[in-house]
Design a protein around this ligand. Sequence first.
Ligand SMILES: Cc1ncc(COP(=O)(O)O)c(C=O)c1O
Length: 452
Amino acid sequence: MKVANNILELFGKTPLVKLNRMTKGLKVPVFAKMESMNPGASVKDRIGIAMIEDAEKRGMLKPGGTIIEATSGNTGIGLAITSVVKGYKCIFTMTEKVSVEKRRYLQALGADVVICPMTAKHDTPEHYLSVAKRINAETPNSLFMYQYNNPSNPDAHYHTTGPELWEQTKGKITHFVGSLGTGGTVSGTGRYLKEKNPNIKIIAADPYGSVFKTYKESGILTEGTPYLVEGIGQDMLPENVHFKYIDEIINITDKESFHISRRLGREEGIFAGGSTGTNLAAALRVAKDLDEKSLVVFIVCDTGERYLSKHHSDEWMREKRLLEKDKTTLGVVLQTKLTGGLPNMVSASPDETITEALAKMEKYNVSQIPVVEQNSSLGSLDEADIMSKILDNPLTAEKKVNEIMNKPYPVADESEDIRHGIQYLKESPAILVSQYGRIIGILTRYDVLDFV
Ligand SMILES: Cc1ncc(COP(=O)(O)O)c(C=O)c1O
């Protein structure tokens, strides 16, 4: 086995993997270019080392220097890994939109991270690009990499990604699909492939809200609108987007990007980020009309582990209203409710007093609670009902819960569909939700209505 002298020798030369399940019914083979298998687990490792070594050759980066970059995270990781090996310091500016995983990764590699507001408009002092420029001006012996117009960015793909794809497909590639962040991947790879065979179609996948598609098709630069996929799309035109190599731009919604990315993990075992979902969604759209003589390659931009707190989390998907409606289970509704900071369930035990139970209801501001013992639903208490009984007879407050409790709430498994829950709630003011036979929470009519 070959031994690497340092981690930098392992950048690039990533494998190509054929999809099998997600392409059922298609005639054309579709291959994933596994950029997530780079040492920093993204396509941007390639430009991290390229931009640094290019700056070294030009004498722009001196020993002990500081590298500054505005990044959605992945370029920062590529730069930071290279900097660790070569002995540079790193300062990165990022927007609040970037996942906490990427931020912590950079800090774990020893970089400083400056978080900027997501709402800052391009060219305002608060925008993450302006902040990077300012820090560069204030930091001695520093270099702003500026991946948006740095020619080493597309060049890295021209010299590595393009030739790898040409060799790996033995020149049979007919369609290449990538997404546009800085434009480096698509511009560099596209240029190389077009030089080899001008008939190869270069397709860019772009989130709805980004300006690229409208600009390519009409020449009009619109105002971008927010979207959730990270690392791709823009509200401006980076110089590294070379439209002349791009045949078509396909817009993809956040929802489709995230669902396709999740399916890629579950159906092909390839765990990737949201922009990979954008690419694959576009690739599958293109592939529908192609026959076996074609060969489609799409870029797996980065690993899904970078988004465990984002689209690979059901809670996050639900919060953003991106989960498919027919998959809404009682467990899903319960988890949404639990994020409100309330305890899973406030319950009374059968042998405590009504006064004690009322105190609990007041503390947690709930008006109905189940009576539970040893994981069994024995009865229920309703505040208004108890109050009227106490008004009739003040001694009721001293009674045990099991003496005056109402009938128990039904128990339903967390995997049951919300529609079944709604049926129960027509008869009962609340239901208890169980998981593998253990009661884990309560849903009232209000909770379900709130969710719906
Ligand atoms: C997750 C992710 N996907 C795709 C891209 C797009 O790559 P490029 O900048 O080469 O256009 C980026 C760029 O930062 C990214 O971070």
